[in-house]
Design a protein around this ligand. Structure first.
Ligand code: ATP
Ligand code: MG
Ligand code: MG
Length: 357
């Protein structure tokens, strides 16, 4: 049939499957963990490892198109599939290595933080000498939610910093004195058309997104320039689906926007769209991978998305009392510190469309 295959069973896959169901499309989720939050909302699921070629082949044969909600699916596993994969594997490959990602984004014309590849404590000392301190050390692969990162000052012992993040290969980046963080969430269809959502102000604590607030920090000209840069990145990858790029907003007029990283998937800073836009990011991702036309991204209301992280989720019930709150829980069992358990969209005033011209 027209079943959509999704690699990855977390909350992003769960929300994709819910959007697909609303459009009458079935999903088949493939994930290694039997307790995956996406399984309970999808028609079919397979518990399998990402490197189990036989299980992946059977999964691929059962679906019309494959997408992913998890950016660390091994590229080789995806490349070996006979079924259409959207977005195409090169997007995954580039997003899985912070060094390759920065080179690619810079090649697409996006400003990025100055950085050096560092594979030893000695490299760190050299890189600090060139880039200055403070700086931020990150693993090149597998980091998320600020894991695998350490902030360095001129006094930090390079060897200790290296131990703190785990292992090489790593990257050292200049610390950007940003005035705000924002993101562009863009959808690109199989016919090359693109639509972008309004860019929120993103607030992080301990490397984890806490809140996305709309309207965001950019003036309309800068916001349009950001969307154009992301559209250029998507075009280079012949991308089909939702693509997000995180930005630092800088007070330096020479580079008002600096690209932090890209995500080849739906993005946490787009969760507001479920309750604040005509078409959610999840629906537009499903529409794109299904080969359908995209829906309008028009923002309807001022809105704040707040993540429920770890123990924040314990008193979720209080949001039921708030007439402005739209509660989303991921159905994960136990909370752990730093684990994303759900989010709340606080819906504010309608956007005055007459004022927008
Ligand atoms: P996720 O994928 O969950 O967004 P991540 O682990 O890939 O997170 P980054 O986006 O690289 O991490 O960094 C997390 C946060 O740390 C950023 O949103 C920003 O607040 C801060 N940060 C990262 N790099 C820099 C930098 N070069 N200068 C200043 N702040 C930074
Ligand atoms: Mg990241
Ligand atoms: Mg990030």
């Amino acid at each position: 049939g027209d079943t959509i295959g999704i690699l990855g069973g977390g909350q992003l896959g769960r929300m994709m499957a819910m959007a697909a169901a609303r459009l009458g499309l079935d999903c088949h989720i493939y994930a290694p963990d039997a307790a995956s939050p996406a399984f309970s909302v999808a028609r079919h699921h397979t518990v399998g490892a990402y490197d189990d070629a036989a299980a992946l082949a059977a999964f691929a044969a059962s679906v019309k198109v494959i997408t992913y909600e998890f950016e660390n699916v091994p590229v080789a596993s995806v490349e070996g599939l006979s079924t259409l994969v959207r977005p195409a594997p090169p997007a995954l490959a580039v997003a899985q290595d912070r060094l390759a990602e920065k080179a690619f984004l810079a090649d697409c014309g996006l400003p990025v933080a100055r950085h050096r590849a560092v594979d030893s404590a000695a490299d760190i000392a050299d890189a600090i000498a060139e880039l200055g301190a403070p700086a931020i050390l990150k693993t090149r692969r597998m980091g998320y939610d600020g894991k695998g990162q350490a902030r360095l000052t001129a006094d930090t012992d390079p060897a200790a910093a290296f131990d703190a993040i785990g292992a090489a290969p790593a990257i050292l980046e200049e610390m950007i004195p940003f005035t705000a963080e924002t993101s562009t969430v863009l959808a690109r269809a199989a016919d090359d058309r693109t639509v972008a959502y309004d860019a929120p102000a993103n607030h992080h604590a301990d490397g984890i997104l806490r809140r996305s607030v709309l309207p965001g920090p950019l003036d309309p000209t800068t916001e349009a320039a950001a969307a154009e840069m992301v559209a250029a990145v998507a075009a280079r990858l012949d991308y089909v689906g939702v693509l997000a790029i995180e930005w630092f907003v800088s007070a330096d007029p020479a580079r008002p926007l600096i690209a932090n990283e890209m995500a080849p998937r739906v993005h946490n800073t787009g969760h507001w769209t479920e309750d604040g836009a005509i078409t959610s990011q999840f629906e537009n991702h499903i529409r794109a991978v299904a080969g359908w036309p995209l829906g309008a991204t028009t923002r309807l209301v001022d809105i704040t998305m707040q993540n429920l992280i770890g123990a924040d989720a314990d008193d979720w019930a209080r949001h039921l009392e708030n007439p402005a709150a739209r509660l989303h829980l991921y159905g994960k069992g136990a909370h752990r510190p730093g684990r994303k358990m759900g989010h709340v969209n606080f819906v504010g005033r309608p956007v005055d469309s007459s004022a927008k011209g």
